[in-house]
Write a protein that binds this ligand. Structure first.
Ligand SMILES: Cc1cc2nc3c(=O)[nH]c(=O)nc-3n(C[C@H](O)[C@H](O)[C@H](O)COP(=O)(O)OP(=O)(O)OC[C@H]3O[C@@H](n4cnc5c(N)ncnc54)[C@H](O)[C@@H]3O)c2cc1C
Length: 106
């Protein structure tokens, strides 16, 4: 059996990010995941600016900010009760200059 320095249990966002960070630090890492099939529901289609910065720091900038994703400068909440009037109950949060969220195109 191979020797490792760190065993990371769970290959979700946190586990994968931790494993990459530890590998970059030169440690021998074993990442284990109990699920054997992809999740039924897609997750991570919307990444807040801090998540984008974190993934960039881990070396995934080209993926996160690549052609498959869309830059978002603001987040708009719509009041579902007011549907289909898109302007009623509309709240917009504009990200600070230099920050942007990303959304996957699908
Ligand atoms: C439908 C849905 C859509 C979402 N969309 C977004 C989005 O667009 N943007 C966003 O930022 N967030 C989104 N989220 C939230 C995001 O998915 C979570 O915040 C994130 O997955 C949490 O990461 P985590 O690594 O802490 O946990 P998880 O992603 O839950 O990962 C934990 C992993 O550990 C594994 N595990 C657990 N126990 C064991 C064990 N004993 N042995 C081995 N493996 C184990 C699990 O199978 C799992 O894969 C969404 C969530 C859902 C449910």
């Amino acid at each position: 059996m191979k020797e490792v320095d760190v065993l990371v249990v769970g290959a979700g966002v946190a586990g994968c990010a931790l494993a990459v960070g530890l590998l970059d630090a030169g440690l021998r890492v074993l990442l284990v995941e109990k699920e054997t099939a992809p999740r039924e529901h897609f997750r991570g289609e919307y990444l807040q600016p801090a998540a984008v910065a974190g993934l960039r720091a881990l070396g995934f900038g080209a993926v996160v900010e690549g052609a498959e994703t869309q830059r978002l400068d603001e987040l708009v909440f719509l009041d579902i009760q007011a549907w289909p009037d898109r302007l009623a109950g509309r709240t917009t949060i504009r990200y600070p200059a230099g920050q942007a969220a990303r959304s996957l195109s699908h």
